[in-house]
Design a protein around this ligand. Structure first.
Ligand SMILES: O=C(O)CCC(=O)C(=O)O
Length: 283
């Protein structure tokens, strides 16, 4: 079972919804105490690194920050991921998005996330992954919650161009052209702090600017997992590819991932991966 504070969803129902709609929400994964703990850890990180980095540049910090690693393999997170993709789970990436309201964006204006699919530039074959998105702050329409296009994961990989509007938070300003997006199927994924949504790596999603008068940033933590196994192949034929491998690598600051109920979690490697990773030098 996967629990939320409002409802309990059976793993089989989660699997069905994930397959049919390409996303599942809300899933209550953190207790109030845990929300407070992660909020405080994130606030300290933001204070250390500054707002410019906190906005979108805190990537793959599960390799060096214990609290990020704990969040990425929190048992309730993995329960939900397992219900979607099965028990052999590989952590591919982790990422904080911190959406400051325009007034707090240090003159850079409104920031939004253009329609995109997560796996577009990851070089996975097959292009399958699941992203978990945890609200560290409550996320709603007013402050620019995640928006997903229901069922769009069934349309395969779409071509991405560049966003014409300024303020796209995505790394290379990627955006799916509007004519390929069925906005009539767009759903706002509102979450309370401590709740999570899961979305399929092919699901079209994005978000509007934070137009709230609430001064704070909206912090969210996203991580992507994929199924691990013999069939996992990684294309390393293009420079800058994120490499993933089935090697069992734990971050230096953390205990080795534990197997629970037969579940295994591995960690995808990046350019900073430990040398023990067979693909590290090719990343
Ligand atoms: O949080 C957002 O606005 C976008 C997040 C996103 O693109 C993702 O989690 O894959």
């Amino acid at each position: 079972m996967v629990y939320t504070t409002l409802m309990t969803i059976a793993a089989s129902a989660l699997t069905r919804q994930w397959e049919a709609q390409g996303f599942v929400a809300p899933l209550g994964v953190l207790s109030e105490d845990e929300v407070r703990y992660y909020r405080e850890e994130f606030d300290r990180l933001e204070a250390r690194e500054g707002r410019d980095r906190a906005e979108i540049k805190l990537i793959d910090r599960h390799f060096d920050l214990e609290f990020v690693w704990r969040l990425a393999h929190h048992p309730r997170v993995l329960d939900a991921v397992e219900a979607a993709i099965g028990p052999n789970i590989l952590l591919l990436a982790s990422h904080f998005f911190c959406k400051y309201p325009a007034a707090g964006a240090e003159g850079r204006g409104e920031r939004f996330v253009a329609w995109h699919q997560d796996v577009t530039y990851w070089g996975l074959e097959p292009p399958l992954a699941v992203s978990g998105w945890i609200a560290i702050d409550a996320s709603d329409v007013e402050n620019g919650c995640l928006r997903v296009v229901r069922g769009s994961h069934r349309n395969g990989l779409l071509s991405h161009g560049r966003a014409e509007r300024a303020g796209n938070l995505l790394s290379v300003n990627q955006a799916i052209p509007s004519e390929l997006v069925d906005e009539g199927e767009a759903v706002d994924v509102c979450l309370r702090a401590g709740q999570m949504s899961l979305h399929h790596g092919l699901l079209v999603h994005g978000s509007n600017p934070n137009r709230s008068s609430r001064g704070a940033a909206v912090s969210r933590f996203a991580m992507s997992h994929r199924r691990s196994g013999r069939s996992l192949r990684t294309r390393l034929d293009r420079p800058g590819r994120r490499c993933s491998c089935a090697a069992r690598i734990a971050p230096a600051t953390s205990r080795r991932p534990r197997s629970r109920r037969g579940r295994r979690i591995g960690v995808g490697c990046t350019a900073r991966a430990p040398p023990s990773c067979p693909n590290a030098s090719s990343a």
